[in-house]
Ligand binder design. Structure first.
Ligand code: ZN
Length: 412
C-alpha cells in the first residue's frame, strides 16, 4: 500500500493511503445525494427543523457532503486513537494510524495475548466513536442557541445537518465495528471473551470461524442487493479472519520451539568448499536436487552459493571458475537459540527461502542478522520447507507445542 504522512497526534504518525483519496470524494458524493432523505430523518427523529431548501441549491450539497465526509474521517481517526492510546498505556508501541479504503488501521508491532488487555484495546475504538457521536449530538442540540444571529440561517441549517449526520454516522460506525468478525473490533472482543476460559490459539480459531461465517453472509447479502462496498468488506473480513488465525496458530504451535529444534543440522547438510569448480557445483545441484549450498573453508562458514549465482557464468566457462568467485558473502544468519517464529518472520521480511544457522560463540547467542563471516561456525540451515514440515508435525501430533498444551498458562 502506498501511503503518505499528513501529520502526527500524540506522537503517532497519521498517514493517508492512496485508496483513501478515492473514497473521500465517493463519500462526499454519497452524502451529497442523500441530503434530502437524511434531513427528513433528522427532522423526524430529533425535530431538527432544518429547511431542505436551504441545503439543496447549487453546489451546497457537494460542499456539505465534503465537510461531512472529512468530519466522518476525523471521527475514524479518533476511533483509531482510542485503540492506539489504550494499547500504548499497556506498553504496546503503535507504528502509525493509516486511513484507507475501508476506514482506519492502527498498526501495532505486537498484539497483547492477555484477554483483558485485548478486550480493553478492542472496545476503546467503538467507545470513542460513541463519544464522538454524543459530542456531535450535543453540538447539534446547542447550535441554534449558540449560533443564531452569528451565522446566516441557511449556514446554521448546513452546520446542523453536518453535526446531526455525524452523530448518527459515528454511532453507526461503533455498531458496525462491533460485528463479531476479524479484523473488526467485534472479532477481537469475541476472541478476548473466548480466551478467558481457553487457550489463546483456540479462541482465535473459534473467533475466526465466526468471522468467516459473518463474512460469507455479508458477501451473499451484498450480492443480493448488489452492494459492492459490502462485498468488498466481506472479502476483506474473510481474508483477515484467515490470516489472523493462521498467524496465531503458527505462533502457538511454535511457542518454545527454537531454531535448533527444527533446522537441518550441519552434519546432514550438503556443503561445498571455496575451491569447488562452478561446473562441479552445478552437477551436484542437479544430482542432489539442492539449489543453495553453504560454502566452507577449513570448516568455517564463508559464504552461500545458489543456482542463480552459478548461472551467471556461461556453461562453457564453468570449469574455469570456482565457488568463491560467485558466492555471496552477505549472509542472512540466525542463532540456534532464536525462536522459530523469529526465523519465520525474518525469512518473510527479507523474502528469502533459507537462513544459515550460526553459533557466534558465547555471549552472542541471541544475535540475528548479517554478521562478519570470520566469526561464524555453521551449525545448520533452516528453510521454509523445514518450517512447514515442523508445523505440520506439531499440528498432527495434536498438541499446540511439542511438549503439550503450554499456552494455557494463566494470563497476567
Ligand atoms: Zn476499531
Amino acid at each position: 500500500m502506498k501511503s503518505f504522512r499528513i501529520g502526527s497526534l500524540f506522537g503517532i504518525p497519521i498517514k493517508l493511503d492512496l485508496t483513501f483519496l478515492l473514497v473521500l470524494p465517493l463519500f462526499a458524493y454519497l452524502i451529497g445525494i442523500q441530503i434530502e432523505s437524511v434531513t427528513d430523518i433528522l427532522n423526524e427523529i430529533w425535530g431538527a427543523g432544518i429547511s431542505i431548501d436551504a441545503l439543496t441549491g447549487g453546489m451546497t450539497p457537494w460542499i456539505l457532503g465534503t465537510i461531512a465526509a472529512i468530519g466522518l474521517f476525523v471521527g475514524v481517526v479518533c476511533h483509531e486513537l482510542g485503540h492506539s492510546l489504550t494499547a500504548q498505556r499497556y506498553g504496546f508501541p503503535i507504528e502509525s494510524i493509516t486511513l484507507w479504503l475501508f476506514g482506519g488501521i492502527a498498526a501495532f508491532s505486537e498484539m497483547p495475548e492477555d484477554w483483558r488487555q485485548e478486550l480493553n484495546i478492542a472496545i476503546a475504538g467503538p467507545i470513542v466513536s460513541v463519544l464522538v457521536g454524543i459530542v456531535s449530538y450535543v453540538a447539534f442540540v446547542l447550535s441554534p442557541d449558540v449560533l443564531s444571529g452569528v451565522v446566516a440561517p441557511e449556514t446554521l441549517d448546513g452546520i446542523r445537518f453536518v453535526l446531526g449526520y455525524l452523530a448518527v454516522l459515528n454511532v453507526a460506525l461503533a455498531i458496525f465495528n462491533m460485528v463479531p468478525a476479524f479484523p473488526m473490533d467485534g472479532g477481537r472482543v469475541l476472541r478476548a471473551l473466548l480466551a478467558r476460559s481457553q487457550p489463546y490459539a483456540r479462541a482465535t480459531q473459534q473467533a475466526a470461524g465466526v468471522g468467516k461465517i459473518f463474512a460469507v453472509l455479508m458477501g451473499l447479502f451484498g450480492l443480493l442487493v448488489m452492494n459492492w462496498l459490502l462485498i468488498g468488506i466481506a472479502l476483506f473480513v474473510y481474508i483477515g479472519a484467515s490470516s489472523e488465525s493462521q498467524q496465531v496458530t503458527m505462533k502457538a504451535a511454535f511457542q518454545d520451539v527454537v531454531v535448533s529444534d527444527i533446522m537441518t543440522p550441519a552434519t546432514d547438510l550438503h556443503t561445498v568448499s571455496t575451491d569447488t569448480s562452478v561446473a562441479e557445483l552445478v552437477k551436484r545441484m542437479f544430482s542432489e536436487r539442492h539449489t543453495g549450498y553453504p560454502v566452507l573453508e577449513n570448516g568455517r562458514l564463508v559464504g552461500l552459493v545458489t543456482l542463480s549465482d552459478a548461472r551467471e557464468i556461461k556453461p562453457v566457462e564453468r570449469d574455469a571458475y570456482t565457488v568463491d568467485e560467485v558466492m555471496s558473502t552477505d549472509l542472512k544468519t540466525i542463532s540456534p537459540d532464536s525462536d522459530a517464529m523469529t526465523a519465520i518472520e525474518q525469512m518473510q521480511r527479507d523474502n528469502i527461502g533459507r537462513l544459515l544457522v550460526v553459533d557466534s560463540g558465547p555471549g552472542h547467542g541471541m544475535e540475528t542478522g548479517s554478521q562478519d563471516y570470520q566469526e561464524q561456525d555453521l551449525v545448520g540451515l533452516i528453510s521454509r520447507t523445514d518450517v512447514m514440515t515442523a508445523f505440520n508435525i506439531i499440528q498432527k501430533s495434536g498438541a499446540m507445542g511439542p511438549m503439550g498444551d503450554r499456552e494455557s498458562q494463566p494470563a497476567d
